[in-house]
Design a binder for this molecule. Sequence first.
Ligand code: PEP
Length: 251
Amino acid sequence: MTRTPLIAGNWKMHKTVDQAEQFVQGLLPRVSTADGVDVALCVPFTALAAMVDSTRGSRVEVYAQNMHWAEQGAYTGEVSAAMLVELDVHGVVLGHSERREHFGETDRALAVKVPAALASGLKVILCVGETEGERERGDTQRKLRYQIQEGLERVPTEQLGEIVIAYEPIWAIGTGLVATVEQAQDAVAFCRALVADRSSEQAERTRILYGGSMKPDNAAELLAEPDVDGGLIGGASLDPETFSAIVSAAA
Ligand code: PEP
């Protein structure tokens, strides 16, 4: 089974609509000929509509960075799946470590958000990963098992292959520290084995990304690992040149 690599940029809380437009004008010509790779941008809510319009007809898909699980209701400040779908947003990143750390995102909530997003027709990137302390204590697999089993608990087995998992060691996010290719491959293969516990056929379809200080100069070796199906890119996704260089490394 060959899985098309996915390179997804996570802008976090960066870029006004004007800055996002400038980025996309720089990006589109650079990625137009990159074959055999899917490209996504995870942008702030305020830039979603503009980015959907500006990337229409291109290879770039637009994702949100969070959503609520309910269809509607008294949830001030939240956004539903239907609101994203109405804008023609393609997908959503769920469970990023920054949302878990700063905004109390829990595996329990993700167990509801992930199937709610899928049921609305949104693609999902589910982020998982261990802290430095958990890795040092030998708890990496325990953490990944818990996050993946709970996050995917209510996803119907036949839809598991549609999910994208981003393995992001928290100690490597925004720090300049990068997992070794062995650490990345081992953890990503372990994530795939966890999906395979439910369905080995679906696990072969599931794309599993590495995230954590991926840059143009380390992307190729990480992406060459057999189980690494792409990257979730933070800092290096803010500039069209560095982001497109990573896309080229995956193409
Ligand atoms: C991220 O935000 O998911 C991420 C991987 O960030 P960075 O590439 O900056 O480490």
